[in-house]
Design a protein around this ligand. Structure first.
Ligand code: UFG
Length: 345
């Protein structure tokens, strides 16, 4: 029988790619999104990619308990993948309470609604940020956890809430710790679409490549890394999306929870990413060396052993694929062509 999965934040960057992967894997998928960081027109793109007539969409917030109850009453939901959250480290330091409300109260509200509906299967978006300044690189899941900003705190707290909730009730969860998601769907129809000047490296580089921004500011070239710039484990959003399908499949099949890193297991420096983007786009990416950005670590790199063992997950795409698909998405201008705005229920 077809299983129904609810995606909170399903019109966002990772949510939308996961929507496609789930439909392709045979699930019925419904989306809840408040459009705070996504466009309604993503629905049209998703319908186009998956060759469906429409996307089943509810417009609203995970903080709206009445809406959650209505969804669980109307739809025969087997599992939830919870993407809906705020994710900007810098913003979280100036608006910690806003982050606690959306990310922690939102999770609690969702868990209460799921419990009332007796839906116990949940995949939770966590982050490599829970490792703080990791003591061991590549970093395995059983490493010490810490947080250095309110955003990171909400992810760590979310994990702890799930672990403790599972001691009282029959929750089965997949906690997925994303490393640095980049890239876009090969169709060029969906991708990352930051509202303002991007904070993250690849979206920023993309705007330098188009000429919208003049140069990449490289935050520090005196780290103890290969070329002195920060190294990160960039992972293609298409791989990440597949990771969610594998996580969901594993928790439904085994009835046991897991906490797993999603990365490639290899790290690239800021300069290496800029070089790869130049190659993929055929455009120049001028760089200016700046001081280190507060709170950044030198290297973040996943130990992907457990992802392979528990989920049979292995990244298929490399940094070149990531830059190429990002450039395809950006250079076709599809992200700006949001004219039709289908409404939710
Ligand atoms: N960087 C630059 N210039 C820029 C932007 C970034 O040099 O304009 C550098 C950073 O200093 C860092 C690397 O590029 O070395 C990657 O930076 P990102 O901002 O793209 O990503 P982070 O690793 O800092 O942060 C990401 C997510 C966070 C998450 C964190 C840890 O955006 O949500 O990984 O998992 F918390």
């Amino acid at each position: 029988m077809t299983k129904t999965v609810l995606l909170t934040g399903g019109l966002g960057f990772i949510g939308s790619h996961t929507y496609v992967a789930l439909v392709e894997a045979g699930y019925r998928v419904i989306i809840l999104d408040d459009l705070s960081n996504a466009k309604a027109s993503v629905q049209t793109r998703l319908a186009q990619i998956t060759q469906q007539n429409e996307v089943r969409f509810y417009q609203g917030s995970v903080l709206d308990r009445g809406l959650l109850d209505r969804i669980f009453k109307q739809e025969d939901v087997t599992a939830v993948i919870h993407f809906a959250a705020k994710k900007a480290v810098g913003e979280s330091t100036t608006d910690p309470i806003g982050y606690f409300e959306t990310n922690i109260s939102g999770l609690l509200n969702l868990l209460q609604a799921m419990k009332a509906a007796e839906v116990w299967n949940l995949v939770f978006s966590s982050s490599a940020t829970v490792y703080g300044d990791a003591t061991k690189v590549p970093t395995p899941e059983d490493s010490p956890l810490s947080s250095t900003n309110p955003y990171g705190y909400t992810k760590l707290a979310g994990e702890q809430i799930l672990n403790q909730a599972a001691m009282a009730d029959p929750w089965v969860f997949g906690i997925l710790r994303y490393f640095n998601p980049v890239g876009a769907h090969p169709s060029g129809l969906i991708g990352e679409d930051p509202q303002d000047i991007p904070n993250n490296l690849v979206p920023y580089i993309a705007k330098v490549a188009t000429g919208e921004l003049s140069a990449l500011q490289v935050f520090g070239d005196d780290y103890p890394t290969r070329d002195g710039t920060g190294e990160r484990d960039y992972v293609h959003v298409m791989d990440l999306a597949r990771g969610h399908v594998l996580s969901l499949g594993a928790l439904l099949a085994n009835g046991t929870s897991h906490t797993v890193n999603l990365g490639t297991g290899r790290a690239y420096s800021v300069l290496e990413v800029a070089d790869a983007y130049e190659k993929a786009s055929g455009r120049a990416v001028p760089r200016i060396i700046k001081p280190r950005r507060a709170g950044d670590v030198a290297i973040s790199q996943a130990d992907v052993t457990r992802a392979g063992q528990l989920l049979n997950f292995e990244a298929r795409f490399d940094i070149h694929d990531m830059c190429q698909s990002s450039w395809h998405w950006i250079s076709t201008g599809a992200q700006d062509a949001a004219s039709d705005e289908p409404s939710g229920q």
